[in-house]
Design a protein around this ligand. Structure first.
Ligand code: XMP
Length: 509
């Protein structure tokens, strides 16, 4: 149950890394009827920003404590549990702890702490203002820290555990063992693997789709590719993929996608070659938002046109992932500013009267990659850097021309080749070249040149939300700049973009 902690997703990540399936549900969506239908084998109450002594602060339904399953309360989860079971919580009065703390064992050893305290104390991560001031009946202390006398508490008979620290974060180095112990106590076999997921997903797709037809927009990205391969395995040629080639793809990209899916996987695939349609519509357009909106709209038109050719499809497949699905608890509210209009096919299913098949809805990104490997997609494909829907259009600031796109494609290919040759591709979240809308003067041989400048971009990131520039060596930068200028006609100057996000964004538009 999510009470709005910044790190709730990490709890789910850790559990799944331990091969146990779990779901995150916001506290206000969990009631008795939900619990009875869901029948959890264990419950974890997350941390959160609210204060238990405050009137109206969130509470789980009492039924959670009557299910006779193990319950683990973390931070706010600990406090709310104590309060509801007869203990007390006090508002912070100088006992707040933020950051690293050290927990010492106390009382009897419990299975929850197997593998803990082998070297005396354990480092944990704390982040709390309030604290438990009186334990609920049945609970005993198993670990204390200077700021949290009730750092680890347990009611061993009822298998209720409540901790002040965050076992899910990396700064609690032994946190995974702690969670593993909890899962063990709850009797989980730890047999939720991608192999098992694949079997189950195939069964569910067959059940959902029956003998109807499905269409899938294939972008060549990891998510839609894995979804397509999985669905094809489930229902074979009832699936048709539509690959919209808007003329804004990287060098060799369209051929790679078409070869892999049509020839290697034998999937019915429509290769919609619509370069002229897109590039003509983009002629003279230099505003980034107008570019994005133009591409987004045409994309939907083209997709719809080709989907209609398939005839009688009742389902649309999408590679939606779990982070898009989690209905996160928000205490701040308020609309956020649109920085960029993202290109997606939102609203399409209603417009076309299609139902959705989303076989990756339960998965995180790295799980999708694992599933892709399980399905036999090549590693080189699965590890590919993300590529934006509007493609090279947003890497060519200002007006786009076919000439500029050709130059950009070549430069990008040389740059990525360099990164691969130096074994750096997998260390980088995303790398690409942007072609700048300026020409500069240079000298090559005995002649004057007046050609485009380009910027190389490479960032590290976990989720694309924040990013740092990648610290290439000067040798690498120099060698790559030389190669681009020598091998790409039309570029005579190379720069390296060292902006992080924020304040920059990863793409240039
Ligand atoms: P920015 O440039 O906003 O990009 O820092 C963050 C991540 O999102 C990708 N991106 C897009 N992906 N459609 C997509 O599918 C889009 O319209 C789009 N715009 C940006 C970008 O490549 C980076 O990984």
């Amino acid at each position: 149950m999510d009470f709005g902690s910044q790190v709730t997703q990490l709890i789910a990540r850790r559990l799944r890394e331990l091969n146990v399936y779990c779901e995150i549900h916001p506290f206000n969506a969990v009631d008795e009827a939900f619990l009875d239908a869901f029948e959890p084998q264990a419950v974890i109450l997350s941390g959160g920003p609210a204060s238990v002594p405050d009137e109206g602060s969130p509470r789980p339904p009492m039924r959670i404590f009557e299910l006779e399953v193990p319950v683990l309360g973390i931070c706010y989860g600990q406090q709310v549990m104590m309060q509801m079971l007869g203990g007390e919580v006090l508002r912070g009065d100088g006992t707040a702890e933020f950051g690293r703390a050290y927990v010492e064992p106390e009382g009897e050893a419990t299975d929850l702490l197997r593998g803990w305290f082998l070297e005396g104390r354990e480092q944990v991560w704390m982040s709390h203002g309030d604290h438990v001031s009186k334990l609920a009946p049945g609970f005993a202390v198993c670990g204390t820290s200077p700021g949290a006398p009730y750092a680890i508490t347990a009611d061993l008979d009822r298998r209720f555990y409540a901790v002040q620290f965050h076992p899910e974060v990396h700064h609690t180095p032994n946190g995974k063992t702690f969670l593993e112990n909890f899962l063990h106590i709850a009797g989980f076999a730890g047999d939720w693997t991608m192999g098992a997921y694949r079997e189950e997903a195939i069964r569910l797709i067959r059940e959902q789709v029956g003998d109807q037809k499905v269409i899938c927009g294939l972008s060549g990205g990891v998510d839609s590719s894995v979804a397509a391969v999985l669905i094809h395995e489930a229902i074979g040629d009832q699936l048709t993929c539509v690959f919209v080639d808007h003329g804004l793809l990287r060098e060799g990209e369209a051929e790679q996608v078409v070869t892999m899916f049509r020839d290697h996987y034998n999937m019915p695939l429509i290769h919609a070659q619509e370069e002229d349609l897109f590039l003509d519509a983009l002629e003279g357009v230099s505003d980034p938002e107008v570019k994005r909106k133009t591409i987004g709209k045409l994309f939907i038109d083209v997709f719809q046109k080709h989907a209609a050719e398939v005839g009688g499809a009742t389902f649309l497949a999408q590679g939606t992932l779990y982070p898009d699905v989690i209905e996160s608890v928000s205490f701040s509210g308020g609309p956020s500013v649109t920085i960029k209009s993202h290109h997606n096919v939102g609203g399409l299913p209603e417009k076309m009267g299609l139902k959705l098949v989303e076989p990756l809805r339960e998965l995180f990104k790295d799980e999708v990659r694992a599933l892709g490997r399980e399905l036999g997609l090549p590693d080189s494909f699965i590890g590919r850097h993300p590529f934006p829907g509007p493609g090279l259009a947003i890497r060519c600031p200002g007006e786009i021309t076919r000439e500029k796109l050709a130059i950009l494609r070549r430069a990008d290919a040389v740059y990525i080749d360099q990164i691969r040759k130096h074994g750096l591709y997998d260390e980088i979240w995303q790398a690409f070249v942007a072609l700048l809308p300026v020409r500069t003067v240079g000298v090559m041989g005995d002649g004057r040149t007046y050609d485009y400048a380009c910027a190389m971009r490479a960032v590290t990131s976990v989720d694309g939300m924040t990013a740092d520039y990648y610290p290439f060596s000067h040798d690498f930068l120099g060698e790559t700049a030389t190669r681009i200028i020598n091998e790409v006609r039309g570029i005579n100057r190379v720069t390296y973009d060292v902006t992080s996000k924020p304040p920059g964004t990863i793409e240039w538009e």
